[in-house]
Design a protein around this ligand. Structure first.
Ligand SMILES: *[C@@H]1O[C@H](CO)[C@@H](O)[C@H](O)[C@H]1NC(C)=O
Length: 132
């Protein structure tokens, strides 16, 4: 192998190590989606990102749908969810880095009879974001 090829391989190896370290050290986020409706009411929750499908889950009253991920180094991390209840549905961005980077490391959503609330960590209060 020529010296030039060796050098290119070494640079590629080094770059991939740096990228991997950045991803590993990258901050981890957690999203909770809670069913706070009322006893007996079930929600169907489905969250995804561009390349990951968290899956569909039936969430009983009092239970949560939870997932975790590392944000990417490009700042484009986006997880969106669909929540269905009876004949109603809400779709929303559960975590959008451009919006949430400094707002939540643990991002909590709570569904109650009037809609989807988001927990504002700074103001320490639930905010109704998406009515049913
Ligand atoms: C988010 O929800 C989870 C599960 O309900 C709870 O354990 C946690 O304390 C909540 N975190 C915040 C910041 O509200």
């Amino acid at each position: 192998m020529s010296r030039a090829k060796m050098l290119i391989l070494e640079v590629i190896l080094l770059l991939s190590l740096v990228l991997e370290a950045a991803v590993v050290a990258g901050d981890r986020r957690t999203v909770y989606i809670a069913n706070d409706m009322q006893p007996g009411e079930k929600l169907k929750v489905h969250c995804k990102s561009g390349d990951k499908d968290i899956g569909v889950m039936e969430v009983e009253y009092g239970q949560v749908y939870k997932f975790q991920f590392n944000v990417n180094i490009w700042g484009t991390t986006l997880y969106y969810c669909y929540v269905f209840w009876k004949d109603k549905g809400v779709s929303f961005d559960a975590y959008r880095h451009s919006r949430d980077a400094k707002k939540c490391f643990v991002c909590n959503w709570s569904f109650s009879l009037d809609g989807a609330y988001w927990w504002d960590v700074q103001q320490r209060q639930w905010i109704l974001m998406f009515p049913w």
